[in-house]
Design a protein. Sequence first.
Lengths: 125, 151
Amino acid sequence: MYHFSKIFAIAMIVFLTGCSIGGEKKIKIFSIEKPREKLNYDMPTPLQMEEIYWHIITSENAEEVFKKLEEAGIDPVLFGITDKDYQVLARNFAQIRQKLQETNNLLEEYQKYYETESNGDKSNQ
Amino acid sequence: MIFTVLLITGIAGAGMYVMKLRADNATLKANQFKLETAITEQNKVLEQQKEDFTAILESNKKLNTLINTFKKDLQDLDKRFTKKNRDIGKLALERTKAIERIVNGGGKNAARCIELASGAEHTEAELKATLKSEINPECPALANPNYVPFQ
């Protein structure tokens, strides 16, 4: 009877605790944030422009200009534009330069926004 | 005997209940910690967002200023060709050598502007220029950051 009581008590404990003494081991899932690799391109190399010389030819000085070219050993041929086209060319160059500046500026702003230390997490987006 | 069994069972049950309570308490403490961490993280995110908006506004302002400068530079260029009904063709006929010199000077300055726009470093003279005679008239805002034009 005494043994029966012992077994009964143990059975009751197991029954009440639902075998939860040892329990299942919990699976731990880690999520480690790995920052996106930086692109790290160097900024484009600045241009180095070569110098050109503009000759102004009028009906009066044309002969003199060609003679000077021949004397300097340069082919006496010129590729010309009118005064109006010269203005257009100047404007076109100004626009190209502005576009270049705008693009470089945008690139710098993007770099500053996404790659500065305080905004490090943005590079993951 | 039955009383003994009941007593043992009761004590064991109570022990298990206390263990369960302790486990619950640990879970609640962990939950509380997680909630507090979440709040801190949310605050950090909000602060970061605030900083981001400020940075975006600042960047937009900078780009708008730059685009306005571009417009002004183009207007100035047009003015140089047409100021007071100026006809560069006629001027070139009358003062060929002088205009040739001016055109070549302008071409050199324009080329330097392109170099600077592509990211070239400023020279000391460009940085120091504060007078109209010292600046690069093709792109003063870009070439001479310390020059303040007379309004």
